[in-house]
Design a binder for this molecule. Structure first.
Ligand code: NAP
Length: 336
């Protein structure tokens, strides 16, 4: 990024199935000089998140679809380069939704100043950011997490899952983590202290493996994947168990309506509570979340790692990597 010229990603067409790099294009834009009350920010870390796939299709949802041939947006952390705004100084690190671009001019609305001495800036896109709050709200507000329960987590080594596992451990739960590689399993055992890991790619029968890990059944499932994972979780739930539907990543690139949950009968006979949620409804929990996270981090109970992809040009590659399991922890792109 030179003084005021930036590159930004546009969505060229609506992907069908797994997106490809050809669905995106890079445009160059000149930024205006920041006026009085404005700042210019140079982004350092850009977030790629599974929910962005949902915004690439033309469908009514909880957020509007991305427009074609217009800048994409998403989480970003950057540094204030020029400030004519009373609340921001040059050098401040700020969190914004102005991602998929190298920089931007803003009137300050939606910019959050973060403290990069507390944690590395990219942590505010992951463990200390939206994915971390998702784990927190999903477990406590939606799932009613109690002490010493048996908790099943799918997608357990990702940005959200990794935090879910550790909050549950901090509540003395028995945590069963389902992941897509042995490396991910080892990280969760070593760093997050989970009790059992299951690699769904090498495990021939997911349901049996979960049942063996939880002979008395699962109290609370935190579902990130859907499909076979969700069916197995339902099948292994205790009577009056709870299933929190956070995400269904296995279905985000489906070209046909995915098969339904075949064992709905288990929901009935076991009197399960199955409830979905969206993190943006739970912004009121942010202060509690940050307070509790600070405590867990200080106590050595909350660890994280990231997968950092270097280079603005690699943004589509990083995004697509979410669907092949290329990330351990939060996937971010470093551009500054
Ligand atoms: N409800 C909300 O408000 C909210 C907010 C944030 C995120 N979410 C959801 O939470 C889930 C996790 O998000 P995240 O940001 O933490 O992503 P993430 O887990 O960091 O990255 C995605 C991971 O999903 C797994 N995956 C991808 N395709 C899969 C498939 N077909 N079958 C099984 N696993 C698959 C891969 O791990 P493996 O190697 O283990 O397969 C991949 O690394 C997503 O479903 C997302 O949409 C929901």
């Amino acid at each position: 990024m030179t003084a005021a010229t930036i590159r930004e990603y546009h969505l060229l067409r609506r992907p069908v199935g797994l997106p490809t790099a050809a669905d995106f294009t890079v445009a160059t834009r000149s930024l205006p000089e920041p006026a009085q009350g404005e700042v210019r920010v140079r982004n350092q870390f850009l977030s790629v998140d599974p929910y962005m796939r949902g915004r690439m299709i033309e469908a009514k949802s909880y957020v509007p679809p991305f427009a074609l041939n217009a800048p994409l947006d998403g989480g970003a952390v950057g540094r204030v380069e020029v400030s004519n705004h009373p609340d921001f100084s040059v050098g401040d690190t700020v969190l914004s939704m102005m991602g998929w671009r190298e920089g931007f001019v803003s009137d300050g609305k939606g910019l959050i100043r973060i403290d990069p001495t507390l944690a590395p800036p990219q942590a505010y896109l992951g463990t200390l950011g939206m994915p971390g709050l998702t784990a927190y709200a999903g477990l406590f507000v939606i799932g009613g997490l109690g002490e010493a329960e048996t908790v099943l987590v799918s997608g357990a080594a990702g940005a959200v899952g990794m935090v879910v596992c550790q909050i549950a451990k901090a509540r003395n739960c028995r945590v069963i983590a389902v992941v897509g590689s042995d490396e991910k399993a080892r990280w969760l055992e070593r760093e997050a202290g989970v009790d059992v890991t299951i690699n769904y790619r090498t495990e021939p029968n997911l349901r049996k493996a979960i049942a063996a890990a939880a002979p008395d059944g699962i109290d609370l499932t935190f579902e990130n994947v859907g499909g076979e994972h969700l069916e197995a979780a339902i099948a292994c739930s205790k009577t009056f168990g709870r299933v929190v539907i956070c995400g269904l990543i296995s279905q985000y690139n489906a070209t046909e309506a995915p098969a339904g949950i075949r064992n709905v009968r288990d929901i009935l006979t076991r009197r399960l509570t199955v409830r979905g949620f969206i993190v943006s409804d739970h912004g009121d929990r942010r202060a509690d979340f940050l307070r509790d996270m600070a405590g867990w981090i200080k106590a050595g109970r909350m660890k994280w790692t990231e997968t950092i992809v270097d280079g603005f040009d690699r943004m589509p590659e990083a995004f697509l990597g979410l669907f092949s399991g290329a990330n351990l922890g939060k996937m971010v792109v470093r551009i500054g």
